[in-house]
Ligand binder design. Sequence first.
Ligand SMILES: Nc1ncnc2c1ncn2[C@@H]1O[C@H](COP(=O)(O)OP(=O)(O)OP(=O)(O)O)[C@@H](O)[C@H]1O
Ligand SMILES: [Mg+2]
Length: 295
Amino acid sequence: MREPEDEEWEDNPGYGDDSVPTRHWMEEPRYKQLFNEIEDKISGVLGKGEFEWSDRRVFDSVFDQSTLLALHKLMEGGEIDTLDFPIARGKEAHVFHATSSTGPVAVKIFHTTNAVFKSLSKYIDGDPRFGGLKRRHREIVNVWVRKEVRNLRRCRRHGIPAPMPRANYKNVLVMDLIGSLNEPSPRLRDVTVPNVEKVFNELIKMISVMWQRATMVHSDFSEYNILWHEGEPWIIDVGQAVVEQHPSAREFLVRDVTRIVEWANRNGIKVDVAESLLRVIDDPAPELEPLPGLD
Ligand SMILES: Nc1ncnc2c1ncn2[C@@H]1O[C@H](COP(=O)(O)OP(=O)(O)OP(=O)(O)O)[C@@H](O)[C@H]1O
Ligand SMILES: [Mg+2]
């Protein structure tokens, strides 16, 4: 089946306008057929399975036309078999537990609403890998997904534990599920770690390896974006990470260190921002073994 181009989406009433219900396009035969092909596979998240959407508008903003097309494509390619249940629901993205032929995966679906385009732009403009072009709104979200993929790979290449990206298409990212079969690992925010000082040192080392070796800054490094998995911190949510050439890279680095120092202080050890920042910048960062899965 031919896929509509971006321009056709933009011709659709409701494109980019959150107030207009967009579902009517599903009455068109080509979409209806496409939806029928994947309906069973996404039934876990349609409100027929265990999960009920309390807000229909949120459902529509996640499973809009382009997203269903993207899911269809990823299912056709065998990257996703079934979309099972939501793991997390946020302003910018929903993350789902999904199953692929090789086991469980996490599927992050970015919303394509106007509010999201605005909040993403400042991390794209200024990053020489992606900036410099005036882009259409929807394209910004697609670039964002590619940016998250590249940042995940960049982390892994430098030995930072982060999920391996498996596939991406438009606003949908498929990656390794950090967790056990059916259960994602908790966020650092939700656990009491056995040895705060040890974990703090580990986190400072990660920021330092990212800065000195990978020349990047996570830019949203906090207890919300670190998963506690098998007794180790894992980094997620790297879409907004920028390379050192970004004009705000140093400002983001200070913010990241500040957040993690605050976490440590709240959890009973005394550390300060200036000294921790010096460790990140000045103490030589170790060269770590790359994580597998990179070509
Ligand atoms: N690979 C993964 N494995 C397991 N759980 C994950 C994975 N990726 C994300 N999650 C879960 O989904 C949540 C949201 O993911 P993420 O932080 O990447 O999105 P987000 O951009 O913060 O969304 P928003 O900011 O809009 O809330 C995480 O806090 C985590 O609990
Ligand atoms: Mg997050």
